[in-house]
Every structure is written in structure tokens, then in C-alpha cells.
Design a protein around this ligand. Structure first.
Ligand SMILES: Cc1cc2nc3c(=O)[nH]c(=O)nc-3n(C[C@H](O)[C@H](O)[C@H](O)COP(=O)(O)OP(=O)(O)OC[C@H]3O[C@@H](n4cnc5c(N)ncnc54)[C@H](O)[C@@H]3O)c2cc1C
Length: 455
């Protein structure tokens, strides 16, 4: 087992650079026996113990100040391909898994668009992806088995025969154990077709009212300051020969890498946030519209939109926070959100300089703390290049979201307060808290991020 740094020198930083942490030790185990030793030997591996994958979370959920970071990336093998499942080690990169399945004519039952993330992290945290017929909005909900080392240092093997335990573990956030193996449900490859419509935000309610509830996926792009929106619908289809993969790949690269990069570049060139925000809004909306017109998608393979990694310099990256809202009233919520952004801008001279996205996630009670447990939701994904004013904005945004019935994603909602977490997740959070305290009396796996939220 490799120990890579000690607390005096070492710091560990997440993708966007916001979660700086000073662990006492970072270890990279290769065997399960080493994982057990890490949990049992508190002297050598101080509390808190946090398993991490690629540290691509935007929040501080993977920090372990003064404690132990367990880098799981040596657990990177695919152990078994089945007709309807794949069993992998928890540190494998999802992009590598997607490609390996693709070569066998198979795919995951969710469609991640950023693949530089580990199987272990997505199996036990809240995530959100665009769904379509036969494709879920959360990867964690497609987990049908997992193996872990509990906070007591014992091994636990969960299969589909223990649905209640799996339900709890799918949203356990690394607090009830370190996952070393995950089994995902898989399916034969299908493709999707996309339709895009650009419109004024004022026309969004009407357009959304006309959406079919037949499993069609929906993604919205909102430009609060230019009053524009794009409505994108996605239908699953059988894969034919007429596929063209480079356009969706290019589009995914554009949104995940180049758009944030351009936002950061503009920030340096045009320091005035008012001017810059408006210009970028208009520029991006026009670019999105032109791209959609010039390059209409044909049938797309899901693997084409799973990006391997973002090699952009740290200064060119963006950040985001996420909440979820009942789908029925989402067009009203979107109106209120636009008004909130404009008012905030007037009062504080701060605006998010990237468009906001929203993704429809169908009802999904597969995990205890699922944000979509009670019905279909839209996630509200607020993107920004960050910097001065962003954290203050988040505080007001959280109040707005919480007051409007928002449900947080515990690992993806930034600067969340305990009250807001309880308001959003209700009794289920209390149940989880009790369970966590029973399973981990010594608080071996809890860190400063989760402690205030889940006790
Ligand atoms: C460019 C970009 C695009 C993104 N797009 C999306 C998106 O479309 N949808 C979405 O939902 N998210 C998205 N994300 C967020 C990211 O996908 C998730 O946060 C993901 O879980 C990060 O994976 P990771 O391996 O880096 O996990 P980490 O950040 O390393 O860890 C995440 C959490 O999981 C825990 N954990 C990790 N491994 C284990 C394990 N083996 N056992 C127990 N607990 C563990 C950690 O302690 C931590 O709490 C994006 C991030 C970036 C940078």
C-alpha cells in the first residue's frame, strides 16, 4: 500500500479547487485486507477516514482534514461481465467501464456525460443525468450489488436479495462503509435522438405543458439575463446504422470544457460582471442555436457523450450547485428563479455568468435519501465561473430553493445548512442519522462536510 503524503506537507484539492484539505495521510490500498487495516488502525490512520475516487465533486464531501484519505483508484478492475450485470472494483473510472461495455454491445442503465468519476462514488451518492425510456436519471439506482468494509472493519456483501439494505447504501455517501466492489445492472445498447427548441423564457411554461409523460428525457438551458431558453427532449431508440457520434461528443466537450473556459477567459478580458454576463448569455445562446441548426443530431450512442476527462487548466474550470424540485410546477419555479437572479443582480451586482441547466429525473425511490423519491423532479443546476460573490450568492440561492420546496442532493448542494437539509429530505434524513450513529459510533467515517448535515 502506497502512502503518498503526510499532513504537514500534503494538501488534497478537488477538481474545481474549492475543497482544499489537509489530511494527515493519503493511502492508496490495493487489497481488501489493507482497507480493513485502515479502518481498524486508528493510530496509524487517523479519523476521519474518507474514501475518494477522482475528487471531482464540487463540494467538500471528500475532505478529511487531519485524517485519512483513502484513494481507491488502485481498485480499478472489471471482475465479471454478465448479460444483465457487470461487477467492478469501486475505483474504476466510469468512462473505462462505459467503453468496455460498449465493446460488448452493452451499456449502463444511466447516461453519465462526465466519465472521470469512480464507480464507488456514484454507487453511494446522489447524481443526476438526463434520462430517457429505459435509462434512469441516477447511476446509484442502477446498482444491484455492492461489497464494502463497514466502520467496524468487517466485510459486508449486499445483493439484490437485500433490497432494503441496498436502498440505504445507495445514498450512504461513504458514511456507512467503504465500497470496494459494485455490481451495476446493464442492458443492450440503445441510442437516443434529440430535439431542440429555442424560445423566450416567457414561452417555456406552454412548451413544457405540451411535453409527453412517456419517459421522454428533458433538459432545459435557461439564460436568466437574456430571457432565452432551450428545451431539449431525448427519446431512446434502437441503434440503426445511421449514427453520427462526433457531433454529440463535440457538443458535450463544448458544454463541459469550452464554455467554462470561455467564461473564465471573458472574465479576464471584460472585468465588468454586468457587461460580461450579458454578452456571454447572448453569445452562448446564439452559439447553441446555430450549432443545433447546422448540426442536427442523428441517432446517438450513449457512450459518445461520456467524456473521458477535462484537461483544462484549473483557472479555466467552472463550478455548480444543484437542487431538485417537483416536476409538475417546475415552469413556475423557473420563472421565480429568473426573477430571483435578476433581483439578486440588481441588489448585489453579481450574476452567474453561465447558463443554468435543468434535467428531468423520473420518480426514483431506489435510495433512502433520493431527491426524486416522491415523484418526478427537475434538478436546477446553477453553473458559474465562481470567484468573488459566488459564495454569498449561494447562501441566498439556498434560501430561495429551500423556501420553494427544493430538495438538496447532499453531496452536490453547496453550502447547505442542516435546516435546509431537513426541510428538503424530512424524516428520511432523521432515519439515516439514527442508522449512521448506530453503525459508526466512533464517527470513523464522518467528516466536517457531512457531520453537520447527518449528525
Ligand atoms: C466537469 C464535471 C461534470 C460533472 N457532471 C456531472 C453530472 O452531469 N451529473 C452529476 O451527477 N455529477 C456531475 N459531476 C459531479 C461528479 O460526477 C460527482 O460528484 C462524482 O460522484 C464524482 O466522482 P469522484 O470519483 O470524483 O468522487 P469523489 O469526489 O472522489 O467522491 C465523492 C463522494 O463519494 C465518496 N466516495 C468515493 N469513493 C467511495 C467509495 N469507494 N466508498 C465509499 N464512498 C466513496 C467520497 O467520500 C465523497 O463523499 C461533474 C463533475 C465535473 C468535474
Amino acid at each position: 500500500m502506497e502512502a503518498t503524503m503526510n499532513g504537514r506537507k500534503g494538501i488534497s484539492v478537488n477538481w474545481e479547487g474549492s475543497a482544499i484539505c489537509r489530511p494527515m495521510i493519503v493511502v492508496k490500498p490495493e487489497r481488501i485486507s489493507e482497507l480493513i487495516d485502515i479502518i481498524n488502525n486508528e493510530k496509524k490512520y487517523p479519523t476521519p477516514v474518507r474514501a475518494v475516487g477522482f475528487q471531482h465533486s464540487m463540494t467538500r464531501c471528500a475532505v478529511a482534514d487531519g485524517g485519512t484519505i483513502v484513494d481507491m483508484r488502485n481498485f480499478d478492475r472489471i471482475l465479471e461481465f454478465g448479460q444483465r450485470h457487470v461487477r467492478v472494483q469501486a475505483g474504476i473510472r466510469i468512462h473505462d467501464l462505459v467503453k468496455a461495455l460498449d465493446n460488448r454491445g452493452l451499456q449502463l442503465c444511466a447516461c453519465p456525460e462526465f466519465g472521470d468519476i469512480s464507480a464507488g462514488s456514484v454507487a453511494c451518492t446522489s447524481n443526476r443525468y438526463i434520462s430517457s425510456q429505459g435509462i434512469l436519471g441516477q447511476l446509484s439506482s442502477t446498482v444491484v450489488g455492492m461489497k464494502l468494509v463497514t466502520p467496524l472493519g468487517t466485510k459486508l456483501n449486499l445483493t439484490a436479495k437485500q433490497p432494503d439494505m441496498l436502498n440505504i447504501m445507495r445514498s450512504s455517501f461513504g458514511l456507512l462503509g467503504i465500497l470496494y466492489e459494485v455490481t451495476f445492472a446493464v442492458r443492450d445498447k440503445i441510442g437516443f435522438v434529440v430535439e431542440r427548441r429555442q424560445m423566450d423564457i416567457d414561452d417555456l411554461s406552454l412548451a413544457m405543458a405540451g411535453l409527453k409523460s412517456d419517459g421522454t428525457g428533458v433538459r432545459l438551458t435557461l439564460y436568466p439575463f437574456s430571457g432565452k431558453a432551450q428545451l431539449e427532449t431525448r427519446r431512446s431508440v434502437k441503434l440503426g446504422t445511421e449514427t453520427r457520434q462526433w457531433i454529440p461528443t463535440l457538443r458535450a466537450w463544448g458544454w463541459n470544457c469550452w464554455v467554462p473556459f470561455v467564461a473564465q477567459l471573458l472574465k479576464r478580458l471584460i472585468p465588468s460582471s454586468r457587461l460580461r454576463g450579458k454578452q456571454l448569455d447572448i453569445l452562448l445562446f446564439q452559439a447553441q442555436k446555430t450549432f443545433a441548426r447546422l448540426f442536427p443530431d442523428r441517432t446517438t450512442e450513449m457512450s459518445a457523450v461520456c467524456l473521458p476527462s477535462s484537461r483544462l487548466p484549473k483557472w479555466g474550470r467552472c463550478t455548480y450547485t444543484t437542487w431538485a424540485f417537483p416536476a409538475d410546477d417546475f415552469s413556475i419555479l423557473a420563472e421565480k428563479y429568473v426573477a430571483f437572479c435578476r433581483q439578486y443582480e440588481r441588489e448585489h451586482r453579481f450574476r452567474c455568468d453561465l447558463p443554468t441547466k435543468a434535467v428531468l429525473v423520473p420518480k426514483d425511490p431506489a435510495s433512502l435519501l433520493s431527491y426524486a423519491a416522491d415523484g418526478d423532479v427537475y434538478t436546477l443546476d446553477v453553473f458559474c465561473s465562481g470567484g468573488k460573490g459566488w459564495e454569498d450568492f449561494l447562501i441566498d440561492l439556498n434560501q430561495f430553493c429551500s423556501a420553494n420546496g427544493g430538495v438538496p442532493l447532499l453531496n452536490q448542494t453547496k453550502l447547505l445548512s442542516q435546516r435546509q437539509a431537513v426541510m428538503g429530505l424530512g424524516r428520511k434524513l432523521v432515519t439515516f442519522k439514527r442508522l449512521r450513529r448506530t453503525v459508526d459510533r466512533q464517527n470513523r467515517l464522518s467528516n466536517t462536510f457531512y457531520q453537520p448535515l447527518v449528525g
